[in-house]
Design a protein around this ligand. Structure first.
Ligand SMILES: [Zn+2]
Ligand SMILES: [Zn+2]
Length: 467
């Protein structure tokens, strides 16, 4: 049975965990997907409270910050930042990659250089991935080194990734919708710099958050600024498709409705250079109820009518901690939120989502091989489940349709349980380790206060919300 095959492949993470550690592969997926911004030059920085965001309006997307605050980068031993190790990559510890038309992956760390993102993706059995091309919270970053570029391309080939399954994520500071011309110009520069990075890495897509009015303009004005910026950027660069992400809908943010996204696209001159990435958590939070198969179907219909399917070139697969229409962006691990497994089953069996990067932006608790490993395995297994049902239906054979449906539901439950088990266990372990660290830090006194602060940050993150 194909479905069981996948399920067992997916059981891998827990068993492989120790192998990965032993081998000490360079793949430790960096510490954390979004958390730290350390690309080409691993900044010898101490993790402090973000040094007051340089003259930036709270990014339109601090929605995502919740993810980023996860586990603080290791504060103690810095021994990991070795670059020389990148050569001896032990690929035998990588999780198996399932062959599937649905390209499931995660937003992996590019710590130590963009080239590492490729390995980090391969390590978790991803068939697609996202990465930051430079620090996502700084206006500038050191240029990509020629060796980074070379290694990135080499590894893409070695690991068998097609550029169209890579969806780089834009900088959080950029706001192309800012009515302030000087600030917009700064954003534009940063944006184009990223597009050039995509070009030099041989990539195809670039995903970004449309922008915000910052409360000083009408949405229409911001939309005009965004599309003007895109038109200019398209002329300055070649080939890269700029991919608008739908947003959760808080405050002055642009792009939480399909209508606004369509309005931006309508003003883009070269339509071959623009696309859309649907984030499931954002869509749900914005009021598009995709928690059921029918809901998903309905929302896809609206997408087709209002935007057009041909623009769909990627998705962010996140469950949501908040209710439909909450306008609050809180990513949750797959199957553990208000979307639930059936939503992802619907997505992962939909012909329309084949062949595009489907990217997890869920918390990995700094244990990506285990957490994303299991999530990817489960998502792949969901797509197998659907197919077995469909094939029976298509042929109209004497299939006990009802029984199969029940089986599928049961199977879904099992798969959902798997994520819950892994996430539950690992989050507890991480929490425990953090507490231990905090206690130790307190005992040591003032000098180590930083650690305590970090713990506080994380606690914040889980609890309250700011828009
Ligand atoms: Zn988000
Ligand atoms: Zn997203």
């Amino acid at each position: 049975m194909s479905s069981t095959g996948v399920v067992s492949a997916e059981a891998g993470p827990s068993t492989r965990r120790s192998e990965g550690k032993e081998a000490g592969v360079r793949v430790e997926s960096g510490y954390n997907e979004y958390a730290e911004e350390y690309l080409a030059t691993p900044a010898p920085k101490k993790r402090k409270r973000p040094t007051a965001p340089e003259a930036t309006p709270p990014a339109p997307d601090d929605e995502h910050d919740t993810q980023n605050l996860l586990p603080p980068a290791p504060t103690a031993p810095k021994r990991k930042r070795t670059t020389k190790k990148t050569k001896e990559v032990d690929t035998t510890t990588f999780l198996p990659r399932v062959e599937s038309p649905w390209k499931v992956g995660a937003h992996v760390s590019a710590a130590g250089g963009v080239e590492n993102a490729v390995l980090n993706a391969a390590a978790i059995g991803a068939n697609a991935f996202a990465l930051f091309l430079k620090s996502q919270r700084k206006w500038e970053g050191p240029p990509l080194s020629s060796s980074s570029i070379r290694l990135f391309k080499e590894r893409m080939k070695e690991c068998g990734y097609d550029p169209k399954h890579v969806l780089p994520h834009g900088n959080y500071l950029v706001n192309l919708g800012n009515p302030d011309a000087a600030k917009r110009a700064k954003s534009y520069e940063c944006f184009v710099d990223d597009l050039r990075r995509c070009e030099s890495l041989g990539l195809k897509y670039y995903n970004f958050h449309p922008g915000s009015t910052v409360g000083d303009a009408t949405p229409e004005e911001s939309i005009r600024h965004i599309s003007d910026s895109l038109n200019a950027a398209h002329k300055e660069t070649e080939g890269i498709v700029t991919v608008l992400e739908n947003m959760a809908g808080s405050g002055n943010v642009i792009g939480s409705s399909f209508a606004q996204i369509a309005a931006i696209i309508a003003l883009v001159e070269d339509k071959t250079r623009v696309g859309v990435c649907v984030d499931t958590c954002h869509a749900h939070a914005a009021g598009y109820d995709i928690s059921t198969a029918e809901g998903w179907e309905d929302v896809m219909k609206r997408f087709e009518e209002e935007i057009g399917l041909k623009y769909l070139c990627g998705m962010h697969l996140n469950d949501s901690k908040t209710a439909c229409g909450s306008k609050r962006d809180r990513h949750e691990n797959i199957g553990m939120g208000t979307l639930g497994i059936p939503a992802f089953h619907a997505i992962l069996t939909d012909e329309r989502t084949k062949g595009i990067p489907l990217i997890l932006e869920t918390a990995s608790f700094e244990r990506p091989v285990e957490v994303w490993g299991v999530e990817i395995g489960v998502l792949n297994a969901l797509s197998e489940l659907g197919r077995s049902v469909d094939s029976g239906a298509d042929k109209g054979e004497a299939r006990e349709g009802k029984k199969e449906k029940e089986d599928v539901e049961k199977e879904m439950e099992v798969l959902g349980g798997r994520v819950k088990e892994v996430v539950g266990r690992i989050s507890k372990e991480v929490e425990k380790a953090k507490k231990a660290k905090g206690v130790k830090a307190k005992a040591k006194g003032g000098k180590r206060r930083k650690v305590g602060e970090d713990v506080g940050e994380d606690a914040d993150d889980d609890g309250d919300e700011d828009d």
